[in-house]
Every structure is written in structure tokens, then in C-alpha cells.
Design a protein around this ligand. Structure first.
Ligand SMILES: C[S@@+](CC[C@H](N)C(=O)[O-])C[C@H]1O[C@@H](n2cnc3c(N)ncnc32)[C@H](O)[C@@H]1O
Length: 207
């Protein structure tokens, strides 16, 4: 692993994820997770303080980055729900079918090499009535911003841990066989190429 990936990128990811606007989204969505919870791409663990012990029984929090998991460890210990940190890849989840009630994914789909594989895995490990909670930045609805996002992504992903600016998270989630009745998408605070956000809950389609 390069010096950049081990020391600089984890710091930058953690710093970006602590903006007021992003913390507000965490506070809004994460407490809704219930039962056995899987969080993919937990990163430095910035969501862990927001789980509600009255709803979440246990959080299994997965990420492929050992340096980010090291940052998450003190937050896992301080959380008010039991948290198990797992080093792993959301494209190959090391869990049995139908083992979670909720899945949480915040600012993660942008960075996964094959997001459609990770979403298929989430469908597999969620129980039939399970709920996916998501807050993801991605492709803007403004044509000028989209052009910028498409132009910048090849460079941006090289310095940001493979973060793509130009993914339509809503379309990816639907294509994976989930439906969402409350998905909202729009620009939040900050630079428009980075702040266009998809958020909501999704459930697997029957069948
Ligand atoms: C921008 S960070 C967001 C971290 C965290 N979700 C948050 O809200 O602060 C993207 C995260 O996705 C993780 N990631 C990248 N590829 C992944 C994969 N294949 N499976 C699971 N997580 C992945 C990265 O290690 C990183 O922690």
C-alpha cells in the first residue's frame, strides 16, 4: 500500500465526512437502522455514534481499508450499540443469505469498483423485508454539472480512493432489484459537482 493510501487518504476521507452538511445526513438516516445491521464501507466510522440502541441490536461494519478500520476502532468502542468491524469487500460479503434487517451505505457506492456486485450482495444478505438506508453523492441532474463530473472523474478517482462523481446511485439501486418510495436527489451544501446527493430507503422487489 502506498504512503498516500495508508496515511493521507484516510485523513482526507475522514475530514471530508465530518462537514456539517454530511453530519446532518448521518444524524437523519443512521438512527433508523434496526435489528441486525450491516454497514458497508464504514470508513473511519463516522456513522457509528448515530446508531440508536433502542432500534439496532448489533452493527457489523465492513471496509477493505485497514487504515480506515483502525480509525473506526475507537468509535466502535464508544458506540452505544455493539459494533463488529470486519475487513472485507462489499462485492463478496462473508455473510449468509438473509442475515441482516438493515443495511447502511453512506458515500460508499461511489468508491466500489463494481457497485452492481455490491448491491446484489446486499440484496442477498438482507432479509426479505430488510431495508437499505442510503446517502450517496453522484451524478447531478444539471447538464453542465454532469459534463464536469464526467470530465473530472478519471482524475478525481485516482486521488480520492476510486470515488466516481458520475454514478447515478438511484438508477444503480433500482437496477439491482430494489424499489425506493422515498428516494430524493438534489444538490446539498458545497460544490455542486460533489454535493449532488441521493438519499432514501430501499426494499428488495418481491421474487
Ligand atoms: C468516501 S469513503 C466513505 C466512508 C464512510 N462510508 C462514510 O460515510 O464516512 C468510501 C469508503 O468506501 C470504502 N470502499 C471502497 N471499496 C469498497 C468495497 N469494495 N467494499 C466496501 N467498501 C469499500 C472505502 O474504503 C471507504 O471507506
Amino acid at each position: 500500500m502506498s504512503f498516500y493510501a495508508k496515511h493521507i487518504l484516510p485523513y482526507l476521507i475522514e475530514k471530508a465526512g465530518r462537514s456539517h452538511a454530511i453530519l446532518d445526513e448521518r444524524r437523519r438516516w443512521v438512527p433508523r437502522a434496526h435489528g441486525e445491521v450491516l454497514e458497508i464501507g464504514v470508513g473511519s466510522g463516522l456513522n457509528l455514534a448515530f446508531y440508536d440502541p433502542a432500534r439496532a441490536r448489533k452493527v457489523t461494519a465492513l471496509d477493505p481499508s485497514a487504515p480506515l478500520l483502525a480509525r473506526a476502532a475507537p468509535r466502535a468502542r464508544a458506540a452505544s450499540v455493539p459494533v463488529e468491524l470486519v475487513e472485507g469487500d462489499a462485492e463478496r460479503l462473508p455473510f449468509a443469505d438473509a442475515s441482516f434487517d438493515s443495511a447502511v451505505m453512506t458515500y460508499t457506492l461511489c468508491s466500489i469498483a463494481h457497485p452492481e456486485r455490491a448491491l446484489a450482495e446486499l440484496r442477498r444478505v438482507l432479509r426479505p423485508e430488510g431495508e437499505l438506508l442510503f446517502v450517496e453523492h453522484g451524478l447531478s441532474d444539471d447538464p453542465a454539472t454532469r459534463r464536469w463530473q464526467r470530465r473530472m472523474t478519471p482524475l478525481w478517482k485516482r486521488v480520492s480512493g476510486n470515488c466516481h462523481l458520475d454514478r447515478d446511485a438511484g438508477a444503480l439501486i433500482r437496477a439491482a432489484g430494489f424499489r425506493s418510495d422515498d428516494l430524493t436527489a438534489g444538490a446539498t451544501a458545497g460544490a455542486s459537482w460533489l454535493s449532488f446527493t441521493y438519499q432514501g430507503t430501499a426494499h428488495a422487489n418481491a421474487g
